[in-house]
Design a protein around this ligand. Sequence first.
Ligand code: 15L
Length: 270
Amino acid sequence: MTIKSHERILMTGAAGNLGKQMRTRLKANCSQLRLSDRLAFDGDAQAGEEIMLADLADAQAVMRLVEGVDAIVHFGGVSVEGPFNPILNANIIGIVNLYEAARQHGVKRVVFASSNHVTGFYRQSETIGVDSAPRPDGFYGLSKAFGEDVARFYFDRYGIETACVRIGSSFPEPKDRRMLATWLSFDDLHRLITACLTTPVLGWSVIYGMSNNAVTWWDNTGARHIGYVPQDSADVFRDAVYARTTAPDLGDPAVQFQGGGFVKMGPFPG
Ligand code: 15L
């Protein structure tokens, strides 16, 4: 059973792929869910919802957005590798705007959708922990590493607690062999967010967002205090994924490194 731990939760990036999935689920966590994105939503606010559009790069708009909420689930921003300027605006300027608004409005807890691409340049033959040094695999991964540092600063200085959730691959099912390791079901993502919102003491924490997959490169032992227990597993899709994909080329960087195809995207000249 999901615990209704907050009065009003803000979810940014609510019109995106994961935002749409979490929209219905997160209503169980609060009395009022404030949904935000940069662009218009399909359809109106439903019962228990309110919609506020805001560009994360606009500090004043973000300040208005955060007023009156008691927790933030931050999915907003650019969610794939690409040219630097959009990432700079949405992910780098945007996260500073968000935490500054959280500080000024007294918000005490944030769940930050970080990414496995913060550590994408570790090899698929390595297992890393939540305290392994970042090795970002592009501008996107760099921006998420920066976001994690901003969150840490706002915890150390102002006591705002954050879970930096390094999401693996959250899709209806694993699309390829890499995702047999990185897959996170939508229901497990909701379980993870709920754990981050409800654990008594969160502090500043990093946790990898993955389901209970047999093959894994990430060890969440250092995040046991969050109390996340995944219920789903990529393993039920294993045979089907092997049947429709060819054997990996071990010379391909996308196969060598945990970040997969992201490690060889670009360059994106400014
Ligand atoms: C991410 O961070 C992306 O947002 C998502 O689209 C996937 O590509 C995922 O990483 C992944 O690594 O599979």
